[in-house]
Design a protein. Structure first.
Length: 562
């Protein structure tokens, strides 16, 4: 990191964007006029009707000099410009040219921090001219900087009324970032549209709209403080998700959430307890069982955020999870990207996930329409997507659900081996170009953050080289889930070491507890005649089911080792 002034006025930021555009154009012209430049031969074969060619680095002249221009400018601008890099860094998706992916990778690790005079201006405006009196120590140079702000190590004064002498992390927002969101996004949209960097199927306007919402939320530090308090109430309360119930997390990894210091929190300054754990990117020395337990707990956290609390911290960055070896706890930090999900959406998305786990194509198609992944006629309900698009989407969903399938009793190891996860991601990536080309509607707004967290959690588990009984973790979280229509999700052993998922009624929802009938007026978890209708073929003969069985196949500290 290095200090550089944050352009805070709209005019200053406009000038930066203008110079960026001109610089890229000049760099592109230079690269095309270079004697070493060689024309790229056109692709062979015919494109599908309406197809959009894949993005090409050449559209912006992505020479090494232009890569350096982009990295330098985005690092200086911060805000929406830097957030764009994070937003477009889709996990392992290969959607952008490798040169652009390299820009985004460098930007995320090279954000600049604001000079001391700008820091002083923000702190005086937010906490008053005597703001330093709140602290016995305040490190002017931050230990972290990102797209919205930077984080400083500090110690509260011994006379502080709440927690005297506590070590704290003080996050300070860059000046002018929130006020420039709209103008920044307008400039960025123009640059993206002019450069044709994004494939049509990413729906630029929808992507910008989603970025606007996320940026506004993340720029509101009072909101983040409230989300941190809510997470603390959930995970710092004995008996509420403080330990995993997963069989693969028998070590009982604990969660910890930093305490919020309300008197030192404003819309642009956030002060929390300093967590002393080690980032997950630095725990490769841990034993295999401990890494397995950590990965299991990360997955349990992700699923319980979704299906138990419908409140999710959606940024799966390694630095947002810290491991404290003395207590074997997993510390959760940074709640700016926290999202809430509606009950109706989550009911449908869970049904879609379970259909994918069971490999039920027709149910995946139905619930994808219900969730809004696929476009349908508002009057007739007919799916308007091409058969190819539907098939690719269904295949990708079933692949996504495959780690959660329970194994048969003959399986040697019921755990999913994340060291081989690249095989699964490669298979999903293979479906993406067709979906980007064919899709007629953008994904539901909820899924932007949801998919980012779920895929990011899988990536974290992969980086940990872990083996996790994902099916058991899912069962631990969702068994007993109550749908809004009255159904209760139960797992029924199948006699082969696995189980089927069933929606039943109980006394609370109007039926006898443990009843085997699906909720009245509900599609339930209807997957196929073979699984849910029984011998008579009647829909009323038994519970709707999903088969969930695979076919077999501090300052620096001396860190403890295990």
């Amino acid at each position: 990191m290095r200090a550089s002034r944050v352009p805070s006025s709209r005019i200053a930021r406009l000038m930066h964007y203008g110079s960026l555009g001109a610089g890229l154009a000049w760099g592109a012209a230079g690269s095309f006029l270079s004697p070493s430049a060689k024309p790229t031969p056109p692709p062979t074969g015919e494109a599908s009707p309406g197809a959009t060619p894949p993005p090409a680095a050449a559209s912006m002249g992505m020479s090494p000099s232009n890569v350096r221009r982009l990295v330098d400018k985005l690092s200086r601008m911060r805000g929406a410009a830097l957030k764009l890099g994070q937003f477009l860094s889709i996990q392992d998706a290969d959607l952008l040219p490798k040169e652009i992916e390299e820009v985004l990778r460098q930007v995320q690790s090279s954000a600049n921090y604001m000079p001391e005079y700008q820091l002083e201006g923000v702190m005086r405006a937010e906490l008053g001219a005597e703001w330093r009196n709140h602290f016995s120590r305040f490190d002017v140079k931050p230990f972290a900087a990102a797209s919205i702000g930077q984080v400083h190590y500090a110690m509260l004064s011994e006379t502080h009324p709440e927690v005297p002498g506590m070590e704290v992390a003080v996050k300070v927002q860059f000046p002018g970032i929130k006020e420039s969101i709209e103008s920044d996004l307008g400039y960025l949209r123009w640059l993206l549209a002019a450069s044709a960097l994004l494939p049509r199927g990413l729906f630029l306007d929808k992507t910008i709209q989603q970025m606007r919402m996320e940026l506004n939320d993340e720029c509101d530090y009072e909101r983040e403080a409230e989300m941190g308090r809510r997470f603390g109430q959930i995970f710092n309360t004995p008996g509420q998700d403080t330990k995993s119930t997963s069989s693969s997390s028998k070590a009982g990894t604990r969660f910890e959430v930093p305490r919020i210091i309300p008197s030192l929190c404003t819309s642009r300054v956030l002060t929390t307890q300093m967590m002393k754990g080690r980032p997950l990117s630095m725990v490769s020395h841990l034993s295999q069982p401990r890494r397995d337990a950590l990965a299991s707990q990360l997955l349990h956290l992700c699923l319980s955020e979704l299906f138990t609390h419908r409140l999710m911290q959606t940024d799966p960055n390694f630095s947002n999870f810290l491991y404290e070896p003395r207590t074997r706890s997993l510390q959760l930090i940074d709640f700016g990207a926290t999202r809430e999900y509606g009950r109706d959406f989550m009911d449908k998305w869970l049904r879609l996930l379970l259909a994918a786990v069971g490999g039920e194509e027709e149910e995946c198609r139905h619930w994808s329409l219900e969730v809004g992944y696929l476009l349908r006629d508002k009057e007739s309900g007919e799916c308007l997507e091409s058969d190819a698009m539907v098939a690719a989407h269904v295949r990708s969903m079933i692949l996504l659900g495959s780690p959660f399938r329970s194994k048969t009793s003959t399986a040697v190891d019921a755990r999913y081996d994340f060291t081989t996860h690249s095989t699964l991601t490669d298979a999903i990536k293979a479906e993406i170009p067709l979906m980007l080309r064919e899709r007629k509607t953008p994904p539901p707004k909820e899924t932007y953050s949801l998919n980012r967290k779920l895929s990011g959690t899988f990536l974290l588990c992969s980086k940990l080289r872990a083996k996790v009984d994902c099916a058991q973790v899912l069962r631990d979280v969702v068994e007993g889930y109550r749908f809004e229509d009255g159904g209760v999700l139960r797992a029924r052993e199948d006699g082969a070491g696995g189980w089927t998922w069933q929606v039943v009624k109980d006394a609370v929802s109007g039926g006898a507890s443990g009843s085997t009938s699906s909720p009245s007026g509900s599609r339930g978890l209807h997957t196929s005649a073979r699984l849910s209708r029984g011998k008579s073929g009647s829909d009323k003969s038994g519970p709707s089911s999903y088969i969930a069985v695979a076919d077999r196949p501090r300052g620096p500290r001396k860190w403890e080792r295990e």
